[in-house]
Design a protein around this ligand. Structure first.
Ligand code: HEC
Ligand code: HEC
Length: 434
């Protein structure tokens, strides 16, 4: 069961239809597309977050050796590179028609996501996947729902060339366009000591993302000994998270694993069970046989039905069919909707999904089984999840909590009314070895 895709009317595209592309490009800093805040408003919001001016030192809570090891030699996030990357992250002129920047889909005012089910790129094109947050992404072992890029520096080069994200163009097209903009000549010189190149552009954007580390949440203050930092409900939720609800087996969340992800791939039954996984897998192997380049894979993942194969597209391992990366839980309160396809709108929906054991399919992870948590227990885990949002987003987090709570009170589309009964049946089936 999948909710309908909702189309959000979009002022920016109306503008794009009325004015020639160049006029839109000039206005792009103050107009907004796809519901994103204007770049001007986003930059003002960014300034209030008090980010470090470089990414060379390990952020609080991260082991300095782990941080240094995550940086590819030669790609050090110096202050000059961070400053250049910040400019580029908010630059719509990286896209073919001057309308879409990284910040359109990873918006400062929306938890560095777009708060949409799936993302919309240039010319109103919808992709197949939900935009994860760029907050803390630098700390992930691999990027994307299927891990097809390793570092943020590597990842940053891909959406710019993707036809449905920032448009059909070559690395050279982008470099030529950026190099012709006078305001970029000096910053590229300062950051790299040479004229713009695509590789340096990727590194600069990644350097900026390395300053987006947001790990100072009420939960951390609670772990550090401030018992009053989180509510009693959230404390009960934490116990359930580590215990009966079995979340921590895939989302280990502790000082050694601060993001709450095992950095592994699982099929948790989000991909609809009526998908013809076998047929799609055959189609994918044939397509990859022809062209397994980074760009070909990126397009298959974002623009075709094969998107639902998830990690299989990268590993070609049958066990990875329908498996997606365990998403970090940091700042989840402000990054709805959830899952690789954005199909779950609230954290209550997420809990209802797990509580009934996901959608059955032949490749479902062994760690997913009906949990039969009570309504009160579900509320407690949700309360806990909302304590993982950085204190700098406390207001947005509170507003999101209220909004999700109101929505969940009206509608719980993924809640299984016959849960208790199903759990007994499932137990019998396992005992009988069926
Ligand atoms: C049209 C919307 C859109 C644009 C523009 C866009 N992204 Fe994304 N971004 C997405 C979507 C959707 C995904 C997930 C795709 C997937 O996993 O296959 C994603 C994934 C990511 C990830 C991986 C995070 C994780 O948890 O794995 C990072 C980092 C990221 N984008 C950064 C950027 C940067 C930097 C830019 C600009 C160069 C950018 N994005 C442009 C929509 C967008
Ligand atoms: C078997 C491993 C596994 C278990 C157990 C598990 N998760 Fe997940 N979790 C994942 C994977 C994999 C994804 C991404 C799946 C997808 O998009 O298809 C995910 C996604 C999520 C998301 C969505 C994050 C986002 O930003 O989209 C939340 C929230 C979440 N899990 C919370 C929980 C909670 C709470 C529990 C316990 C009730 C739990 N998970 C149990 C593996 C697991």
């Amino acid at each position: 069961m999948k909710p309908r895709r909702v189309r959000i009317p979009c002022a920016g595209l109306v503008l794009a239809g009325l004015f020639p592309a160049r006029a839109v490009a000039q206005d792009a800093m103050s107009t907004s597309v796809h519901g994103a805040a204007s770049m001007k408003d986003q930059l003002a919001a960014l300034a209030r977050l008090g980010l470090p001016d470089n990414g060379l030192q390990a952020p609080t809570g991260i082991d300095p050796t782990v941080w240094t090891a995550s940086i590819v030699p030669g790609e050090e996030p110096t202050a000059a590179r961070v400053a250049l990357g910040r400019k580029l992250y908010f630059e719509p002129r990286l896209s073919t028609d001057g309308t879409v920047a990284c910040a359109t889909c990873h918006d400062v005012t929306r938890g560095f996501t777009d708060n949409r089910m799936v993302s919309e790129g240039v010319r109103e094109q919808l992709g197949r996947r939900n935009a994860p947050t760029t907050l803390n992404a630098a700390l992930l072992n691999e990027q994307f729902w299927d891990g097809r890029a390793r570092t943020v520096e590597h990842q940053a080069g891909m959406p710019i060339l993707n036809p449905i994200e920032m448009g059909t163009q070559t690395e050279q097209d982008v470099v030529t366009r950026v190099a012709a903009l006078p305001e970029y000549q000096q910053p590229f010189q300062e950051a790299f000591g040479r004229a713009p190149s695509y590789q340096d552009l990727r590194v600069a954007i990644g350097s900026f993302e390395r300053t987006l580390i947001f790990l100072d949440a009420p939960f951390d203050r609670y772990l550090a000994g401030d018992a009053s930092a989180i509510s009693e409900a959230a404390r009960r939720g934490h116990v359930l998270f580590d215990g009966k609800a079995r979340c921590a087996s895939c989302h280990p969340l502790n000082p050694a694993s601060p993001l709450g992800t095992d950095n592994a791939y699982h099929n948790i039954g989000v991909a609809a069970h009526d998908k013809d996984f076998e047929g799609l897998a055959r189609q994918a192997l044939a397509a990859l046989e022809k062209d397994a380049s980074e760009q070909a894979l990126d397009q298959l993942a974002l623009a075709t039905d094969m998107s639902e194969l998830g990690r299989f597209m990268v590993s070609r391992n049958r066990a990875d069919i329908g498996a997606f990366k365990t998403e970090q839980l940091r700042n989840a309160g402000i990054t709805a909707p959830y899952m690789h396809d954005g199909s779950l709108q609230t954290l209550w929906d997420v809990m209802d999904h797990y509580n009934k054991g996901g959608e059955e399919n032949a490749f479902l992870d062994g760690g997913i089984e009906a949990l039969a948590l009570t309504d009160a227990e579900v509320d407690d885990v949700v309360a806990f999840l909302f304590t993982l949002t950085d204190v700098r987003f406390a207001d947005a987090n509170q507003r999101a909590f209220e909004a999700q709570k109101a929505q969940a009170a009206k509608s719980r589309p993924f809640k299984d009314p016959a849960l208790a009964e199903r759990r007994v049946l499932g137990f019998e089936r396992r005992v009988l070895g069926e």
